[in-house]
Design a protein around this ligand. Sequence first.
Ligand code: SF4
Ligand SMILES: [Zn+2]
Ligand SMILES: [Zn+2]
Length: 307
Amino acid sequence: MNCSQCRNKAVTYIRYSGQHLCKEHFIDFFESRVFKEFRKQVDLSKVSRIGVAVSGGKDSIVALRMIHKIVGERRDCDIFGITIDEGIEDYRASSLEIAIEEYERLGVDYEIRSFEESFGQPLDEMVDEIDVQKPCSVCGVLRRWLMNKMAKDAGADVLATGLNLDDTSQSLLMNFCRGDMEKMARLGPHEIVKEGLVPRIAPLRRTPENEAYLYALVNGMEIHQHECPYAVFALRGLYRDVLGQLEDNTPGTKFAVLSSYEKIKDELLEKYGGGDLEECSVCGEPTIEGKCKTCEMLDELNLEISE
Ligand code: SF4
Ligand SMILES: [Zn+2]
Ligand SMILES: [Zn+2]
């Protein structure tokens, strides 16, 4: 099949828009959507350092590449890589290597911190202590805390993640099904800056996961493709399957979930997202009230933050 825009051989068919695209036109299509989304989320006249959370997986590596393409040549804005080693045997070490290679290839400064040095134990040991259904909730809470801390310590004005359209639509549907409107209102990208919280941005939020994969592939990028051994315990997998089936049946469903959310986001923010944050009574990091979730979780595990 030939490309819908030239006579070259197509490398993909974009079902939701009915286009066949060759390598060059796919790259153009992909990059222009990410660049547009980035510019919508970030005002470069107000930002001098962009923190990028990089795990070594395809989405974070592609996000880093895209941001580097946009600001890499600028003198008034730099990129700082933030990488977390949760301590997951046979999984994380190989992705860290890929993250480091990419930082070095692009000449981006970076920092790696581990759960073990920040909280006293790697995730694998924490998981031994807790209900096995919950590794991702522990991992997610601690990682968000550490990412924000690292971004603040690095002086980043915003923190970019590699969250793609699939992740975003799954999170929206999960929060909706749980009735958790507060969490829904707090999802990034963050337009309102809250004291102590580095606003998160997600330049790939309109990029379907399979397109991020294809982009990495056609550009010969080295990416980490293993799945975390704890992912099987995550409820997210069910939402991934359901959305996958809906998308197969009605191409464009994932975009529709995101655009429905965008239509009500202002109302959600007004009702649930307002108010300043307090400082956690234990660690001083921002929290809605009292003790933050990280400190509560560390209490359960008999651990504490090591400075
Ligand atoms: S799948 Fe769960 S445990 Fe594994 S890295 Fe992701 S959040 Fe952490
Ligand atoms: Zn073409
Ligand atoms: Zn705390």
